[in-house]
Ligand binder design. Structure first.
Ligand code: ZN
Length: 148
């Protein structure tokens, strides 16, 4: 019973933050100048995303922008992520991506994300295996963009 109440609260917060970012995505931009090689897709849901990382002269990420269409979780994940990574070095970013992917794979507890602000709600997606690819799509795209 206690556990069910806890879940209900998580769901409300989860939905509120997810829907806010879905309706008003942060750092969404027209990235039609990027080739389709930069397109990342999640066929099981129909999500697709292009992502661009700009690194400043100080070697830190100046901005993360994304383009595409998808479900609420994939869009919110990209939006939340884009806010989190400005100011990070590429190495810091890669480390955070690794932690996030481990949590979504169930290899680290969801509580690991508790200090990540609103992004922590995405840890709840681990309970919905069908949606994990939605939540991780943008993160794989960012990992790839940092390689290039
Ligand atoms: Zn999706």
């Amino acid at each position: 019973m206690m556990q069910q109440q806890g879940m209900g609260q998580l769901d409300d917060l989860y939905m509120e933050i997810i829907l806010d970012h879905y309706k008003s995505p942060r750092n969404k931009a027209d990235l039609s100048h990027l080739s389709d090689e930069n397109l990342h897709e999640n066929p099981s849901c129909g999500d697709s995303i292009k992502l661009e990382v700009l690194v400043g002269e100080d070697g830190r990420i100046a901005s993360v922008r994304f383009d595409g269409h998808g479900c609420a979780i994939s869009t919110a994940s990209a939006s939340l992520m884009s806010e989190r990574f400005a100011g990070k070095t590429p190495d810091e970013a890669r480390e955070l991506i690794g932690v996030f992917l481990n949590v979504l794979r169930g290899e680290e507890p969801a509580e690991t994300l508790e200090e990540w602000g609103d992004l922590a709600v995405l840890g709840g997606v681990v309970q919905f295996p069908m949606r994990v690819k939605c939540a991780t799509l943008a993160w794989h795209a960012l990992e790839k963009a940092l390689e290039g």
